[in-house]
Ligand binder design. Structure first.
Ligand code: NDP
Ligand code: HSE
Length: 429
């Protein structure tokens, strides 16, 4: 049987572990693929760097771009990252040269997924990107193939391991945000630029991909509503706990009258729900389908092993000749995205104001909510210190995003409100 010959571009956290598995579990993988799997060539920037894996006998290539043209390679593994530049060129050139491609690069798929899918169809090659969403959880296969007999109505979950790790460790230990982020970087969880993680962009890349598969539309990253976790303070984490919630960065895609809601933002979820219990670097994705009902997938969302596991799974599919359309449909059949604006959202909210503790403040604040027809469910104001700002926490009954926005604009103008008001949406799953 002809061997399936692969090349790896990028030997960092994901690429080095992928190479290690390919070189050490060769027999098992070859037996399962039904043909030998051979690592022919690798490329990274620094040839002298110790990758923790013995690459003797594997060609080293200084210029990753040349992998696309090699006759002795069937499949290129793009594990460099970035939506443009070398990753973009390598993937498209490889596809155009008739090679299948595996990538872990969610930024690339979120920005150029439709173009790459079309190129794969034209060149009759496969594209694997399981590792691009939720690390080691096989959610792409599950949604695109396992749930193919369903109309999916909603898909949501914890899609960024770094943020979940930060939120979990801050809650458990009280350690500051920057310290915990540095740990996540050291553990290989964070993106090369960690602002992609903490500002919600990475989760938005993943959500845009999941939404395209779930609802059969072109990837629409530009219209995903994105908020990150930078503004979640230790105070919010403490109040959430007191109210029986945990704070999670969620990605949510769901059908609504206004189109498909696609949003990424911190949420308060009940601590005793399955999503509330997902801690550390773990991710979880819930998909709701017309026939299956609710499914929950859980596993490590980042790091060398989990991500390499997903990359290898794609290599195996391609080696065995299993190829499905990138987003589950021929790209000509994908509909244009109709993404609902965040202003169309309704729900319950946690609100935190930092106010001067003096008579009349509560009346001023509640008058604003009354004027915008925001109904308050509960309120906490415990500290008492006329010299300093004290937190005033409120939770609301169901209200509209526009009412909260208008209330906040007015609250920010009150002289008793000393800092920008903060809100976290409450999701009742
Ligand atoms: P790293 O930063 O650890 O590794 C990137 C690798 O790319 C390095 O080996 C680097 O070389 C190499 N590289 C950079 N520029 C070039 C270039 N021009 N030509 C050849 N090689 C180049 O990233 P990760 O392994 O963490 O991530 C890789 C991809 O996987 C990204 O798309 C990321 O989003 C995705 N991903 C990462 C996960 C994780 O947990 N880390 C999880 C899921 C997806 P050198 O080492 O010499 O500097
Ligand atoms: N930086 C990403 C995360 C890697 O933390 O989830 C996995 O995609």
């Amino acid at each position: 049987m002809q061997p399936f010959r692969v090349a790896i571009a990028g030997l960092g956290t994901v690429g080095a572990e992928t190479a290690r598995i390919l070189l050490t579990d060769t027999e098992m993988l070859s037996a399962r693929a039904g043909r030998p799997i051979e690592l022919k060539a690798v490329s990274a920037r620094d040839k002298t760097r110790d990758r923790g894996v013995d690459l003797d006998g594997v060609d080293w290539v200084d210029d990753a771009a040349t992998l696309a043209a090699r006759d002795d390679v069937d499949c290129v593994l793009e594990l460099i990252g970035g939506s443009e530049g070398v990753a973009y060129d390598l993937v498209l050139d490889s596809v155009k040269s008739g090679k299948s491609v595996v990538t872990a690069n969610k930024a690339l798929i979120a920005h150029h997924g439709s173009e790459i899918a079309k190129a794969c169809e034209e060149n009759k090659v496969g594209l694997g990107f399981e590792a691009a969403v939720a690390g080691g959880i096989p959610i792409i296969k599950s949604l695109r193939e396992g749930l193919v007999g369903n109309h999916v109505t909603r898909v949501y979950g914890i899609l960024n391991g770094t943020c979940n790790y930060i939120m979990s460790v801050m809650r458990e230990t009280g350690r500051p945000f920057d310290d915990v982020l540095a740990d996540a970087q050291r553990l290989g969880y964070a993106e090369a630029d960690p602002s992609f993680d903490v500002d919600g962009i990475d989760a938005a890349h993943k959500l845009a991909i999941l939404s395209a598969i779930a609802f059969g539309h072109h990837v629409d990253f530009d219209n995903v509503h994105v908020e990150g976790v930078r503004h979640v303070s230790p105070l919010d984490i403490t109040f959430a706990e007191e109210l029986g919630y945990r704070i999670k960065l969620l990605g949510i895609a769901e059908e609504s009258d206004a189109g498909v809601q696609q949003r990424v933002h911190p949420c308060m979820v009940k601590a005793d729900t399955p999503i509330g219990q997902v801690e550390d670097v773990f991710n979880a994705v819930v998909a709701e389908g017309s026939a299956v009902g609710t499914t929950l997938s859980y596993g490590r969302g980042a790091g060398a092993g989990p991500t390499a596991s997903a990359v290898i799974a794609d290599v195996m599919d391609l080696a065995a000749g299993r190829r499905v359309p990138v987003f589950g449909l021929d790209s000509s059949k994908l509909s244009p995205a109709r993404t609902a604006p965040i202003a169309s959202l309704t729900g319950c909210y946690y609100l935190r104001l930092m106010v001067i503790d003096r008579p009349g403040v509560l009346a001023d604040v509640t008058a604003v909510f009354r004027d915008h027809e925001v109904s308050i469910e509960a309120m906490i104001q415990r500290a008492r210190n006329p010299e300093e700002a004290v937190p005033l926490v409120l939770t609301t009954h169901e209200t509209s995003e526009t009412a909260i926005k208008a209330s906040f604009e007015e609250l920010a103008r009150l002289d008793c409100v000393l800092e920008e008001p903060r809100q976290i949406r409450i999701e009742d799953f």
